[in-house]
Design a protein around this ligand. Structure first.
Ligand code: NAP
Length: 282
């Protein structure tokens, strides 16, 4: 029997309703939530992501401001803009689209965002809060993996969770976020021995490797919950890091790509804007 799907679009729609209601309530008491995005260079995917965030913010009632800088812009210009946005009380969330032009120091730029406006959850202070279990702004994609499971009725507590990938964006923060959900966590990477054997121990398997269809059906424990954070461009569209068509015949629950984890990321960034407003004491 085919696995049931973890329906990202449905979960995203329910979170969107919550965010929309909260935005309306904030506006009623005179706070207009605002997200500012910096796009340096002309990476085509970043332009698409920024425009799609703009459209979604317009729909949900969050003010959106996009700053585009040419690929030749100097790091100092980005830092000066960040300083201005950090000090601007009308701006609640700041995001920098990646990749930055190669001549810029990514770490220096990301660390220049005020932690309480860092809605992408990339500042070391917010990373630290994930470890300490503190109240910070956490990255959207690992949050998406967790929300997708919890809102689909999955109990994470006590489960063996195997995370394939320890990237800074998804795998690494997710390790600690899953620990905070009381899962027993194994994290795998390129130096892991017997990857199929490790994956087979997972009641929950999260794939975040960036390799199309790499996690195979015969690695997966029958009935396991499979969450696919991967987005890979292939001929004719996109696919995840899991061999979905075959894995769905083994798994109990599985997230599709598209229509799974990726469907939640924009609304979770928007939810972070609302959390940022609280952290700013507004
Ligand atoms: P990343 O930084 O490139 O990290 C990839 C990780 O996978 C690394 O830890 C790497 O191990 C591991 N890996 C690669 N090949 C492997 C192999 N053959 N066996 C075992 N482990 C392997 O990637 P990321 O930025 O975290 O992104 C992960 C995936 O999530 C990508 O598909 C990306 O497109 C997707 N993503 C999705 C969203 C969304 O909104 N849904 C957002 C961001 C990213 P080492 O550490 O040993 O090199």
């Amino acid at each position: 029997m085919s696995a049931q799907l973890l329906d990202g679009k449905k979960v995203a729609a329910s979170i969107r309703e919550e965010v929309k209601a909260e935005v309306a309530a904030l506006r009623e008491r005179g706070v207009a939530p605002k997200l500012s995005v910096i796009l340096a260079g002309d990476d085509p995917a970043s332009v698409v992501y920024a425009r799609s965030k703009e459209k979604s913010c317009n729909n949900i009632g969050i003010d959106f401001e996009l700053f585009t800088l040419p690929g030749t812009a100097q790091e100092e210009e980005v830092l000066a803009l960040l300083d201005k946005l950090n000090k601007d009380d009308s701006v609640h969330g700041i995001m920098i689209e990646l990749p930055l032009p190669k001549h810029m120091d990514k770490k220096k730029v990301l660390e220049a965002v005020l932690p309480i406006k860092d809605v992408d959850g990339v500042h070391p202070i917010n990373r630290g809060y994930i470890l300490s279990g503190g109240d910070g702004l956490f990255p959207a994609t690992p949050q998406s993996c967790i929300e997708l499971m919890l809102r689909s009725g999955v109990e994470i507590k006590g489960k063996n969770a195997v995370i394939v990938g320890r990237g800074e964006t998804v795998g690494k923060p997710l390790v600690f976020m899953m620990l905070n959900q009381n899962a027993t966590v194994t994290v795998c990477h390129t130096k892991t021995q017997d990857l199929p054997g490790q994956v087979a121990k997972g009641d929950i398997v999260v794939a975040a490797v960036g390799r199309a269809k790499m996690v195979k059906a015969d690695w997966i424990k029958p009935g396991a919950i499979v969450v696919d954070a991967g987005i890979n461009e292939i001929e004719g569209g996109i696919c995840g890091d899991v061999d979905f068509e075959n894995a769905r015949e083994v798994a109990g629950l599985i997230s599709p790509v598209p229509g799974g984890v990726g469907s939640l990321t924009t609304v979770l960034i928007q939810r972070n804007v609302l959390k940022a407003i609280k952290l700013q004491g507004k």
